[in-house]
Design a protein around this ligand. Structure first.
Ligand code: LP5
Ligand code: MN
Length: 280
């Protein structure tokens, strides 16, 4: 199973994406959030009706413990996989790994008729060239996380982990998630956000109109210092706790117009050619 990230130079990773493109991230699907799974299924139906391609750019799953889960999937995973496969049979579906599902591999992508993207990719869209990634690689002010990231991306460690029984893998994942949640309570907001230097560097390195990422769960559109021609768009995370309003959303690219859509909020849209504000 191929699980480690692409080592190709970034400039080689380019995906031509004509037509209407929708991008979502940080769905965190798992056994504990059935209402979010229902929201996601409804979203796939909507995407199938309105978009030509859908990209899920990381943390699709709350913790991915290996593609071999699909041999005897839990009911929730079976439901999600069926819905993805149904979508993938009709429209172009792209999956990218995040920090919670970095073990997602080609086998799962094939299983749902999707294309697995590398960790960072240049999208050649109707709105211009867009740099897309999950976003965790820009969190350079969080050395504990970057250390964790370096370790879990080592092929030998991944192979060792994947050789363990699924039950043990699940226990390790639960421990990692619990430690992460606990640690995040005490981290300053600025540490858990992207590093401005990393963003400026990425924007300066590529000829792009926008940089799109998730991970930080702080949906917004930002200017980038020193890069007036490039914006940073941040995707929302998804959650639908019992008896609470659903959170979630996506970014659409339709012609030259890029929009951030969030459940229960006004759309934030911009036409990329003129960079002028558009009414929602
Ligand atoms: O995910 P989120 O938003 O809570 O926080 C992230 C960073 N945390 C992580 C950890 C993931 O949530 C855990 C994912 C588990 C996936 C399956 C496990 C497979 C293991 C495979 C081994 C090859 O990414 C968090 C950032 C935050 O984003 C904001 O950027 O701050 O970073 C940390 O919390 C860093 C911690 O130092 C990581 C602590 C995890 C310790 C794991 C040890 C587990 C060993 C168990 C042994 C029995
Ligand atoms: Mn993430």
């Amino acid at each position: 199973m191929k699980t480690s990230s692409s080592k190709k130079p970034l400039s080689l990773n380019k995906q031509v994406l004509p037509g209407i493109v929708w991008i979502a991230a940080d769905l965190h699907l798992g056994p504990d959030n059935p209402a979010t799974i229902q929201d996601f299924r409804a979203f796939l139906d909507k995407a199938q009706a309105h978009a030509d391609a859908l990209i899920l750019c990381g943390d699709i799953f709350n913790a991915w413990i290996g593609d071999d889960q699909t041999a005897r999937p839990a009911a929730w995973l079976n439901e999600v996989s069926q819905a993805l496969r149904q979508y993938g049979e009709h429209r172009r579906l792209y999956l990218m790994r995040g920090n919670r599902d970095f073990l997602l591999g080609q086998a799962y992508a094939r299983h749902v008729h999707a294309t697995l993207l590398p960790d960072q990719i240049l999208l050649d869209t109707s709105a211009g060239c867009i740099l897309l990634s999950h976003g965790d690689e820009y969190c350079l002010d969080d050395p504990a996380y970057q250390r964790f990231r370096r370790w879990v991306r080592k092929p030998w460690l991944q192979a060792l982990y994947l050789a363990c029984p699924l039950s043990l893998r699940q226990r390790i994942a639960d421990t990692a998630r619990a430690r992460s949640r606990q640690g995040n309570r005490y981290k300053a907001d600025s540490i858990m956000d992207v590093s401005p230097n990393a963003i400026e560097h990425a924007a300066a390195t590529h000829s792009i109109v926008a940089l799109v990422h998730g991970h930080t769960h702080r949906p917004a559109r930002h200017a980038i210092a020193g890069q007036p021609g490039t914006q940073r768009w941040v995707l929302p995370d998804w959650d639908h706790p019992n008896s609470h309003a659903a959170r979630g959303g996506y970014i659409s690219i339709d012609g030259t117009r890029v929009c951030l859509h969030q459940w229960g909020q006004a759309d934030l849209c911009q036409t990329m050619t003129t960079a002028s504000e558009q009414p929602a």
